[in-house]
Design a protein around this ligand. Structure first.
Ligand code: GAR
Length: 214
């Protein structure tokens, strides 16, 4: 049985689209059970509706604090009993309660070669540092922002003189490859979260698998 998956977005949803396309092509054995957004104008909601995936949206502004919002989100998600939660450009910091509620089942993609550049403006920071390589990393979510155990990273060489926008576009193309692949590893049970660590094929991993792209 395909792994029941919830995808959380806040914006355009190009990563969501990569999941939709990979599932439709038969390359990814997940059941996309729900797409959730905290923004009603997120274009990803249209992508989901077009693909026939149920959607839900709750705006965070109406909640007193982070955890009350997270509890409302979790109630929406729990209705479909997700086995995997995929954060795909969901621009909210999760409360410890939410992380614990779905412990070991939440994946995030962060546009940097973690542990470098947690947080925002990652592309500009990589350019400013003169890095030779930049990319994106898929990891299990823990309470530490962008700090959970890493599963898979995709890297590419920085082109001298390119802008942060150009670099972002190239990194996003990498994300569309590595995120469905990493989610497939988790969905099939090859990658698991245990005792704060990632295991791949039963072996604890301290470094992610790294794919290089042109
Ligand atoms: C992605 O590039 C993802 O790495 C980034 O948001 C973008 C969403 O794009 N996530 C973060 O910065 C999380 N800290 P999308 O809506 O087109 O998939």
């Amino acid at each position: 049985m395909a792994c029941r998956t919830a995808i959380l977005i806040s914006g355009s949803g190009t990563n969501l689209q990569a999941f939709i396309d990979a599932v439709a092509a038969g390359d990814l054995d997940l059941e996309l059970s729900i797409v959730f957004s905290n923004r009603p104008d997120a274009y990803g909601l249209e992508r989901a509706a077009r693909a026939g995936i149920p959607t839900a949206c709750i705006e965070h502004g109406q909640f007193e604090d982070r955890e009350s919002f997270d509890r409302a989100v979790a109630a929406e998600l729990d209705a479909v009993q997700p086995e995997l939660i995929v954060l795909a450009g969901f621009m909210r910091i999760l409360s410890p309660w939410f992380v614990e509620h779905f412990e070991g089942r939440i994946l995030n993609i962060h546009p940097a070669l973690l542990p470098k550049y947690p947080g925002l403006n990652t592309h500009q920071r990589a350019l400013d540092a003169g890095d030779e390589w930049h990319g994106s990393t898929v990891h299990f979510v823990t309470e530490e922002l962008d700090g959970g155990p890493r599963i898979l990273a995709g890297r590419l060489r920085v082109i001298p003189g390119e802008s942060a926008d150009e670099l972002q576009t190239r990194v996003q193309a990498v994300e569309h490859q590595i995120y469905p692949e990493a989610a497939g590893l988790v969905g099939s049970g090859r990658a698991v979260f245990r005792d704060g660590q990632a295991l791949l094929d039963g072996e604890p991993t301290t470094e992610p698998v790294v794919r290089s792209f042109a």
